[in-house]
Design a protein around this ligand. Sequence first.
Ligand SMILES: [Zn+2]
Length: 183
Amino acid sequence: MDRLIAISSENDIPLGYRGTLIGHLLEYHNLSRPYEAFTSAQLLIGMCMDNRKHLRIPDNFAFIIRTGGANLRYSEFKVSYAIAVGNVRCIALVGHNQCGMVNLVSRKEQFIRGLVTNAGWQAAAAEEHFNNFAPMFEINNEIDFILSEVQRLRHRYPSVLVAPFLYKVEDNRLYLIREAAAS
Ligand SMILES: [Zn+2]
């Protein structure tokens, strides 16, 4: 089964999201929906820090938190702030393919060498740093991680609409990730 839902027209947007801010995000980015004017953020977008991604969205439309792998587990206060003070009721969590947070261990030597060369670290300190933090940021598989993180966010913020996305770096388009029980 294809795990991604391609959005090439409004009819591709699942009914549960059509007309919501999740649907609007898809329309802005994939369907060239004309920009509306916003004076405050409408939703929170969590996405990876990876440089290959750029969203087509209007000014003021969204708070954006960028982290390795779109992992919001260590950004909880910022998420809470966006909801509590920024009044957003909707979160789009956007993973992407070819994410550097997958199989981190394969880049351990590169990471250590890079900190030594680029940052002036001692190799032993760089290795300890990697060993301490890599397990926190390893995501194993982009799609599975986004689905699990979306479940966690829904549980943590039950009144907030949370939706799972994947950004494909080959075509720069947003896809919804298919969920077992989703429409
Ligand atoms: Zn990434």
